[in-house]
Ligand binder design. Structure first.
Ligand SMILES: [Zn+2]
Length: 138
């Protein structure tokens, strides 16, 4: 049987995470998503679920409800207290040429859905551009 070795062993004793990040699958933004998530969480101690289109997927249900279910599991199993939604410009699920206002609207609606369907008290939202992540008020 072949296997892959890890450079760092998994810490099996630390399963608690206060922060939940929902981000998109787009590889162009992976490093930016990681960097901002680590700034928010103060390190790598956060849960993450990737879904194409994030806010639009939550609002239109193209994720099949997975993001809400993952948040619920994170609350129950890991102690999640905060949800952070990471949208980005030029998102394929938005058609690639969307206006920021479309993201703002969808992020607000997605935040409302999360607040209505989970015990989470606050949702934070961001729109990632080429050089920075814009904080979106929900
Ligand atoms: Zn995307």
């Amino acid at each position: 049987m072949s296997k892959f070795e890890y450079s760092q062993p998994v810490n099996l004793d630390d399963n608690h995470s206060k922060i939940f990040v929902a981000d998109c699958l787009d590889k162009r933004f992976r490093a930016a998503f990681d960097e901002v998530a680590e700034q928010i969480a103060g390190g790598k101690n956060y849960d993450r679920a990737g879904t194409a289109g994030v806010s639009k997927a939550i609002v239109e249900g193209s994720d099949g409800g997975d993001t809400i279910r993952n948040i619920e599991v994170g609350i129950e199993k890991h102690g999640i207290e905060e949800v952070h939604l990471f949208d980005h410009i030029q998102c394929g699920l938005y058609g690639g040429e969307e206006e920021p206002e479309e993201h703002f609207e969808m992020l607000r609606r997605a935040g409302g859905i999360i607040l209505a369907n989970t015990p989470i008290l606050r949702v934070h939202a961001y729109l990632f551009h080429g050089t920075h992540a814009e904080v979106v008020e929900i």
